[in-house]
Design a protein around this ligand. Structure first.
Ligand code: ADP
Length: 482
């Protein structure tokens, strides 16, 4: 396999900084590529919340106090480098305190677009200072959507990038980075020609759309989502462009980093287990129930949710289905997440209505997320849409049976259990209705009472292999394609 130079630009990377699945992918895919011998350079903002105790940070002498002008604003950035824990891969952190010295990863601040224009410019400027010509710029989501445009406009003069190709990955088409057309000067000279004229006339600039229009290759994070986003129901207004570019679009399922997400080794768990020692999984269930102050009886099943509390995640169905299920069945529900206040309020009310049986933990908590994966019996993901979804793949590995809506990556990873044949790894409902979710939850509750059958479902899930060794190779093929 040809060794490639890959410039990987992202707004998140676990374990340093993560809001969702993008953070996990940005950690695991470059680490895989590095292990395969490719020269991968990852660029990410040096957000002030990054814990520098996680790795060994050092300044990169060639890239210090580099001036960058965005419209009428002047910035300068410096580069820091730190090895990715668990891998030798050095990560490049773009240090620019006026833009990244803020409490939140993403903001509603008026200069939000500049925070990610600077990241994009810094990645390109750093390549220039390294005199390093990437074979591929791999861009992720709207935050890096302007890189292909920059290479065609402001940096078109630089022969260093003559053979560089651009790959743009859509992790979620629901977030497009749409700003007023008054930011046009921030994109630099020559940008106008590469922007959507209709948007400009309408007073808008759309970062994600620009990425879709200007990149050589497009990918998204599951085969089903690649099809869905070409339809008006899932395309968030960009389905027409995606149909036009369908020849350039591939769906590659995200992989799972089983070195980090395995019940055999996960250091966050009180008890480790395998498919052969499933009784030890119960210790995690007890720890979960006790830790959250729930009724400690280990017999009733526990439904778990770990999620951003966002429209996409279909939590409206949980609001409706959960009281129905909890009033008719002896079951527990544990929800971890933060986000839209309306969900936070209703889950708080649910907890108050079912004391000792329902628990809502508001916030972001890695340890609890993993304990829910390990200590739960079933995992709920009733998403409206789900580009890939990682939690259902984690729950499969942890023997916690997923109950999902048939959409995007959920449809590609979870298969309906069939009691006649003993095949299938979870429960899948099709229509986005509370009845659909209740149907799937009640079927799960019924089969949970048959221990032998339930073990079969758990084991079917634990056997699944969504590792990066399979998915990473698909990216390598794409990178190498000319
Ligand atoms: P998305 O990227 O849409 O948020 P994914 O399922 O692809 O959804 O990835 C979510 C990732 O974020 C998982 O690793 C999950 O464990 C983690 N996560 C989400 N919410 C929380 C939370 N409140 N606390 C801890 N981890 C969370």
């Amino acid at each position: 396999m040809e060794k490639l130079r890959i410039c990987f630009v992202t707004s998140e990377i676990a374990p340093f900084v993560k809001a969702g699945g993008l953070g996990d992918v940005s950690q695991a895919l470059p680490a895989y590529l590095h292990d395969r011998g490719h020269d991968v350079r990852v660029f990410v903002p040096f957000y002030s919340r990054i814990d520098t105790g996680l790795s060994d940070f050092s300044a990169v002498p060639e890239v210090r106090d580099v001036p960058v002008t965005l419209g009428s604003s002047f910035y300068s950035f410096s580069l820091f480098r730190a090895p990715l824990p668990g891998s030798g891969l050095p990560i490049h952190f773009v240090h620019c305190p006026p833009l990244y010295g803020r409490p939140a990863l993403y903001s509603q601040d008026p200069d939000e677009h500049r925070r990610f224009l600077l990241l994009s410019r810094a990645a390109i400027e750093s390549c220039q200072r390294f005199q390093w010509a990437p074979d591929v710029f791999h861009c992720h989501d709207w935050q890096t959507g302007m890189i292909p445009l920059m290479l065609k406009s402001g940096y078109a003069w630089d022969k260093l990038f003559r053979n560089s190709r651009t790959i743009f990955t859509i992790h979620n088409i629901g977030y497009q980075g749409v700003f007023g057309a008054d930011i046009l000067p921030d994109l630099g000279e020559g940008a106008r020609a590469f922007l959507d004229a209709e948007d400009l006339a309408g007073g808008r600039i759309n970062f994600l759309k620009t990425g879709l229009l200007q990149s050589d290759v497009l990918t998204t994070v599951s085969p089903t989502y690649a099809k869905e986003i070409q339809t008006p129901d899932f395309g968030f207004g960009l389905d027409g462009i995606l149909r036009m570019r369908s020849g350039a679009l591939t769906g590659i399922l995200n992989g799972v980093d089983y070195a980090s997400w395995s019940p055999e080794t996960d250091p966050h768990l009180p008890a480790h287990y395998t498919a052969k020692t499933l009784d030890d999984k119960r210790k995690n269930k007890s720890a979960l129930l006790q830790g959250l102050g729930l009724d400690p009886d280990p017999a009733p099943p526990v439904f778990g949710i770990v999620s951003r509390l966002a429209y996409q995640k279909g939590l409206d169905l949980v609001e409706e289905a959960a009281p129905y299920i909890l009033s008719r069945h002896d079951a527990r529900l544990v929800i971890l997440g933060s986000g839209e206040p309306k969900y936070e309020e209703s889950f708080r009310a649910l907890q108050a209505r079912f004391p000792g049986r329902a628990c809502f933990y508001s916030g972001y908590n890695e340890r609890l997320a993993r304990l829910i994966e390990a200590g739960g019996d079933m995992f709920l993901m009733p998403s409206r849409y789900e580009p890939c979804g990682l939690n259902q793949m984690y729950s499969l590995k942890y023997g916690t049976v997923p109950i999902v809506r048939k959409t995007g990556g959920l449809a590609d990873t979870v298969t309906q259990f069939d009691p006649d044949t003993g095949t299938g790894n979870g429960f899948v409902f099709e229509h986005f209705t509370a009845e659909g979710l209740v149907w799937a939850m009640e079927m799960a509750l019924r089969l949970y009472r048959e221990p032998k059958t339930w073990r079969t479902i758990m084991k079917n899930g634990m056997k699944e292999d969504f590792s990066w060794t399979v998915q990473g190779e698909l990216y390598e093929e794409l990178y190498a394609r000319r």
